[in-house]
Design a protein around this ligand. Structure first.
Ligand code: SIN
Length: 297
């Protein structure tokens, strides 16, 4: 892995974009670059009322400033989980994964001693193969293993900002193909999910601009990106290999240690994440609600 410091100090100098104190929630950063734990909010109570709410606005702001936010000791029903997601937009239905209960927007996240795999084991941004990939994902883990099962999150703003000016210029305007079929075909057979005839596929800019913050982010990931369009295949492979390695620098990351009934809410437009399946034969179980997003630009 390349070093991001030299004789002049760090090559990547993070500048905070925070806009001031919060009034209705407390926000404790995990790192200066990504991640914050939110306290002083009961999400069950918050969603019982559908009126405009200052806490919802501040949660939205905390997400924009920290990219992924965490809530512990939340006791919410599946309906409250769905309702919390709806406070941020319409809900996205996963093109392949099984759901819990009747609502297809309540995605099941589960691994135990009999699982052939666990969700999200490689770095990815959720369903980036969709033409309009999800803006955010809200994962509620009700049962966590005694140790392990952490989720790693990485800032794609930081990954972009740490690129050299020449690399930024090279990538500017390039488009990459993201493909779902190669990921999803057969993936959920153990849950009895039959394959669909087709899965989403989309072309997205390699660099995208976040619609809320206006910041640029790197938008290619090992999970779904297949190749960069309009350049030779060997050049695309070498470039993507470099970008994946660059994006996975621990400097851009935080790591969340789950406790039962914790929630992580991440912004897929400027992060990637990776879940650790290091807890076999223990069980880790919960549900994910995913909020629809817009076409990346
Ligand atoms: C996912 O990719 O949504 C799964 C993340 C996790 O289980 O921590």
């Amino acid at each position: 892995m390349s070093s991001l410091s030299g004789r002049d100090g760090p090559r990547y100098k993070h500048t905070a974009s925070d806009t001031g104190p919060y009034e209705t929630i407390s926000v404790e950063k995990l790192t200066p670059i990504i991640g914050a734990e939110i306290t002083g909010v009961d999400l069950g109570k918050l969603v019982s009322d559908n009126r405009p709410n200052r806490q919802v606005d501040e949660i939205h702001r905390a997400l924009a400033e920290n990219l992924v936010i965490f809530f512990r000791d939340q006791h919410i029903t599946p309906d409250q989980h769905l309702a919390f997601g709806r406070r941020f937009g319409d809900l996205h239905v996963h093109p392949a994964a099984p759901h819990e209960g009747d609502d297809p927007a309540l995605m099941k996240i589960h691994a135990d001693k009999d699982s052939p795999r666990a969700n999200g084991e490689g770095w990815h941004s959720d369903v980036s193969c969709d033409v309009e990939p999800p803006m955010g994902s809200i994962l509620y883990i009700r049962q966590s293993p005694p140790q392990g099962g952490d989720t790693l999150f990485a800032s794609m703003y930081a990954a972009y900002e740490a690129l050299s000016d020449r690399m930024k210029a090279y990538l500017d305007g390039l488009i990459a193909l993201h493909d779902g079929a190669s990921v999803y075909r057969g993936l959920y057979a153990n849950y009895g999910v039959a394959d669909k005839v087709s899965y989403p596929q989309a072309e997205h800019p390699v660099l995208r601009t976040h619609p809320v913050t206006g910041r640029k982010a790197l938008y290619v990931n090992r999970g779904f990106t297949r190749h960069i369009i309009g350049i030779p295949r060997d050049e695309s492979e070498a470039m993507l290999a470099y970008l994946y390695q660059h994006a996975e620098n621990p400097l851009f990351q935080c790591r969340f240690r789950w406790t039962e009934n914790a929630i992580a809410f991440w912004d897929n437009r400027c992060t990637q994440h990776r879940a650790m399946w290091d807890y076999w034969p223990h069980t880790r179980s919960g549900t994910r609600v995913t909020v629809k997003g817009e076409r990346p630009v």
